[in-house]
Design a protein around this ligand. Structure first.
Ligand SMILES: Cc1cc2nc3c(=O)[nH]c(=O)nc-3n(C[C@H](O)[C@H](O)[C@H](O)COP(=O)(O)O)c2cc1C
Length: 361
């Protein structure tokens, strides 16, 4: 089993098993939250990945954070994303759109008038978030009412329909990294006693409702879900992750989704890994992400622990990561100071390998 073998992922057939992980890079237009020509250039440079998962894209106007993050709820955003997907397809790539809602991690100062960050329970995320005025502590969110939940589920559905009109190959529902779906899933951030809280069935309900809202626009075979079962530093964590993620994987397996995408750092000791539990419960393709290199990625494939490997930092700094993996070439190191800085520097200017000289006869 090799990273360079083709792989079926639901309705898609990918030319290799190398996935560009979703990476928010804050290069959209600040007010209208649309991707620019620079964003298209960035993804085109990385189109040799078997699959690109786009940066997390906001599903509605009430999820706002740092300047330059993009969204998919207006006609302008749909048109701007269409230019990106057309360019990626022209370059031979495949791209799905990651859809998300920040929940308690929204910036209250940037939300529409009268809006406040929303979450399953009124518990602030730990730590601080970046603002133009410097880091600020996360606010205590307002606990979602049932009609708020219905409205956000509907927003995911509309965003999925928009992603289709924007020419994506599918969508990935972002259930990871401490954002709204993840806040519902885990008992450290969800203290509800109604049907969206309590035991795993209740805490998984919001995710499953989002899946139900999204799949009619695509078919389940073009919908994936990303999950991160290990504790997040912002306090999104669960007391019994094996039980939770087994249940979630079983429910998603019953819906025949295109894939599951699990963030599980390669450094997690085998005894602490959640991926085997998920793999057992979900028969479809599994993408693993978290600190992989060529050797650890190939062994995860060879041992049957995953079907595809996603690379994050590797793709930030190496537009030609696929070629570097093929040639066992060294990787450029990413510059964190340009992750969210805006502009071309540290975004589209990482060097690529020189072409291999043709054999002279
Ligand atoms: C700058 C940056 C932006 C990220 N943005 C997202 C995102 O939008 N959605 C997401 O699910 N994960 C995001 N991640 C996490 C990555 O997808 C990935 O899980 C993480 O970098 C670990 O993989 P790696 O060790 O190969 O980099 C981001 C990571 C970085 C460094």
């Amino acid at each position: 089993m090799s990273l360079f073998q083709p792989q079926k992922l639901g309705a898609l057939t990918l030319s290799n098993r190398i996935v560009m992980a979703p990476l928010g890079r804050a290069r959209g237009t600040p007010a209208s939250r649309e991707p620019t020509a620079l964003v298209a250039q960035y993804y085109v440079q990385r189109a040799s990945a078997g699959l690109i998962v786009s940066e997390a894209t906001h599903v509605s106007a009430d999820t706002v954070s740092r300047r330059g993050t993009t969204a998919i709820h207006t006609e302008g955003q749909v048109a701007a994303w269409r230019k990106v997907t057309d360019a990626v397809h022209e370059a031979g790539g495949r791209i799905v759109q990651q859809l998300f809602h920040l929940g308690r991690k929204a910036d209250p100062a940037l939300l529409p008038t009268g809006a406040w960050p929303l979450a399953p329970s009124a518990i602030a995320a730990r730590a601080e978030f970046a603002t133009p005025q410097g880091p600020k502590p996360f606010p205590v969110p307002r606990a979602l009412e049932h009609d708020d939940i219905a409205r956000i589920v509907e927003a995911f559905g509309l965003a999925a329909a928009n992603a289709r009109r924007a020419g994506f190959d599918g969508v990935e529902i972002h259930g990871a990294n401490g954002y709204l779906i993840d806040q519902f899933l885990r008992d450290g951030s969800n203290l509800r006693h109604d049907r969206y809280g309590g035991d795993v069935e209740g805490r998984a309900r919001f995710l499953l409702e989002v899946v139900e809202a999204v799949t009619p626009h695509w078919g389940a075979d073009r919908v994936g879900v990303r999950l991160s079962p290990h504790p997040h530093p912002d306090g999104t964590q669960d007391a019994a992750p094996r039980r939770l993620y087994r249940y979630v994987a079983e429910r998603l397996a019953a819906r025949d989704l295109a894939y599951l995408h699990l963030v599980e750092p390669a450094t997690i000791a085998p005894a602490d890994r959640i991926a085997p539990v998920v793999r057992q419960a979900f028969a479809g393709p599994l993408i693993l992400c978290g600190g992989f290199d060529k050797a650890s990625g190939e062994s995860a494939l060879a041992e049957g622990r995953a079907d595809l490997i996603a690379f994050g930092a590797g793709f930030i700094a190496n537009p030609d990561l696929v070629e570097r993996l093929r040639r066992d070439a060294p990787w450029n190191a990413p510059d964190p100071s340009t992750f969210y800085s805006g502009g071309a520097a540290g975004y589209v200017d990482y060097p690529v390998l020189a072409p291999v000289a043709e054999a002279v006869s």
